[in-house]
Write a protein that binds this ligand. Structure first.
Ligand SMILES: Cc1cc2nc3c(=O)[nH]c(=O)nc-3n(C[C@H](O)[C@H](O)[C@H](O)COP(=O)(O)OP(=O)(O)OC[C@H]3O[C@@H](n4cnc5c(N)ncnc54)[C@H](O)[C@@H]3O)c2cc1C
Length: 289
């Protein structure tokens, strides 16, 4: 007999948190459902209560204040791609979210779901980490903020406490001449899981890089912020020596798995290659901004 599943679609975060608290561990958040429903069909996830967060305004809207963007955690990839101001300010973040799945998947899938599903290969996460995105989280004990890189805890695991929901992401106001980019390598041209993903965000002053954040996906149990790679770029003119130092920093943090998509040696090498290519795109965007 198929077990009964209760479906709730609250219109406030407070109600959603209360339902999850009352569910005492059997509740699951549903955003786009493009991971959760697949896992339920496979029998991996067996929630007693599903809490649909797509009816909550704060979680399904994008707003702008003082140059910063607040992106609801349940906004679909398609909606993000249609937000011209967000695309102009954070093209790398938007292109990372828009790489997820197909047109159909884009109509549902969210960055919040991508993050909370906690796949090491989640495409939007390196871009959000490179952007310095901060997540607003609400749970039974109120609200808190956490840098995105602190949320994944391992494959399929997050640092969220039971009953906590990621409400939104704040992307900081950008200095002039800033740009970001996300690149991934997949064995096919579409609809595959990243062998390596690399997000880069840069600020330039003339030819000199004044700020840089680099993040890698699919090369470790969680997405990694590679601080040493950022440091290697800052103060440089993004010359070959600086790029090679940053690429070496990327290779040094890689602890990938060996599987049919890529060996450890291959993934590690590709991390450096993608870093250099993503820096070139981010720098070009920064100069023209
Ligand atoms: C055909 C197909 C292709 C895909 N291709 C890609 C791809 O190229 N790249 C990629 O990275 N992924 C891919 N995915 C995986 C999936 O689409 C993404 O991870 C997507 O971003 C998940 O978002 P969602 O809103 O659908 O999450 P859901 O399935 O609704 O949720 C995922 C998990 O996160 C939890 N959750 C969701 N939102 C929140 C929140 N706000 N707070 C707390 N917990 C939350 C849910 O309880 C669940 O455990 C693909 C999936 C399919 C089916």
């Amino acid at each position: 007999m198929t077990p009964e599943i209760r479906y709730e679609a609250p219109d406030t975060i407070e109600k959603a948190v209360a339902i999850l608290a009352a569910a005492a561990g059997s509740g699951r958040v549903l955003a786009g459902g493009t991971d959760l429903l697949v896992q339920m069909r496979a029998g991996v996830a067996k929630p007693g209560i599903i809490v649909d967060i797509k009816k909550i305004a704060e979680m399904t809207t994008v707003s702008q204040e003082g140059g910063a963007f607040r992106v609801g955690a349940a906004v679909s990839g398609a909606a993000l791609g249609e937000n011209a101001a967000l695309v102009a300010a954070w093209p790398g973040v938007v292109e990372a979210v828009n790489l997820i799945g197909s047109t159909q998947v884009q109509g549902r899938a969210s960055a919040g779901g991508n993050l909370c599903n906690a796949s090491p290969a989640a495409d939007s996460v390196p871009a959000l980490v490179a952007a310095g995105a901060v997540a607003t989280i609400q749970g039974p004990n109120g609200r808190r903020e956490l840098p995105v890189e602190k949320i994944p805890a391992g494959p399929g695991r997050t640092s969220l406490a039971p009953g906590e929901i990621v409400v939104s992401f704040t992307l900081p106001a950008r200095p002039k001449h800033s740009g970001d980019a996300y690149l991934r390598l997949i064995p096919r041209t579409e609809m595959d899981i990243a062998v390596v993903g690399c997000g880069v965000s840069l600020t330039m002053d003339g030819d000199t890089c004044t700020a840089a954040r680099v993040a890698l996906g699919a090369v470790a149990p969680t997405v990694l912020l590679v601080e040493e790679a950022g440091k290697a770029l800052v103060g440089s003119k993004l010359d070959d020596a600086a790029l090679e130092a940053a690429a070496a920093a990327c290779r040094a943090v890689c602890k990938p798995i060996d599987d049919k998509r890529g060996t450890i040696v291959y993934r590690t090498k590709i991390a450096g290659v993608l870093l250099k290519r993503a820096v070139a795109i981010a720098a070009e965007r920064a100069r023209s901004h």
